[in-house]
Design a protein. Structure first.
Length: 255
């Protein structure tokens, strides 16, 4: 199994530490792979941090969903002919809550993206150690693939699948259902967000149009919540897979 202290080298026979950590040898052999300059690094801390921040994204989206509903309700009443100071106060309060929700979503998303990409780069490097030849995209695409237009619609999924396969237990292949479902929801949420925000930009004059825009944003936020929940499951599952594979040690003979 892998050294319990450094997580870089194979543990010495009958011990939980490698020869270097035990002080027996200055040059132990790496436990996995043959890629120069790469070694296993634990993804557990970054994985939990990414999962927690994804949880904050879910919380912000839930708050935004509530604000969307309030605006939908308030503008719906105005569109149906309700008048009076109370009706306009409800609409103003919904607008204020939407502004707060948009700020919360932006802050939580930026923090989540930074930590998630750090985690993603870590598991990509570990996957290279597990299986140096099992990757169709170079390591740089683990970050760049999210930001380059057009290719960001499929490169991150392809890289995630390669990481998933390299991190699966020796001699087995795990289903890609979680990865594919998460990616489908992620793309759907991006599309819904684009439609929702475009609708708000184009339809700002009448209460009925604003109500329709609020409905579109409710759909967008709902899809984003679903995608974030599956992203949490993906992060935790992949982190656990890599940890368990590292602790299992080198591939059995014959693989």
């Amino acid at each position: 199994m892998i050294c319990a202290r450094c997580h870089h080298f194979a543990a010495a026979p009958g011990a939980t530490l490698c020869h270097r950590c035990l002080g027996d040898s200055p040059e132990p052999a790496p436990v996995f792979g043959s890629t120069p300059g790469l070694w296993l690094r634990s993804p557990v801390g970054l994985g939990w941090a990414a999962a927690v921040l994804l949880g904050t994204v879910v919380a912000a989206d839930l708050f935004a969903l509530w604000a969307d509903f309030l605006q939908y309700d308030a503008t719906g009443a105005l569109a149906e002919g309700e008048t009076g100071a109370a009706a306009f106060r409800r609409a103003d309060r919904a607008d204020e809550l939407l502004t707060v929700a948009a700020g919360a979503q932006a802050v939580s998303l930026v923090a989540c993206v930074i930590v998630y990409l750090c985690w993603f780069q870590r598991v990509r490097a570990n996957a290279q150690v597990f299986d140096p030849l099992g990757h169709r995209k170079s390591p740089g695409w683990a970050i760049g693939g999210w930001f380059v237009p057009v290719v960001n619609l499929w490169y991150p999924r392809r890289i995630t699948l390669d990481i998933w396969d390299a991190s699966s237990p020796w001699g087995t292949t795990r289903s890609h259902t979680l990865v594919n479902t998460w990616w489908a929801l992620w793309l759907a949420s991006l599309f819904a967000d684009r439609v929702g925000t475009t609708g708000y930009a184009d339809d700002t004059e009448g209460a009925a149009q604003v109500r329709d825009g609020a409905l579109r944003m409710m759909l967008s936020d709902s899809l984003d919540i679903a995608a974030a929940v599956l992203a949490i499951a993906l992060v935790l599952r992949l982190t656990r897979m890599q940890h368990e594979k590292a602790m299992a040690g080198t591939a059995p003979a014959g693989l």
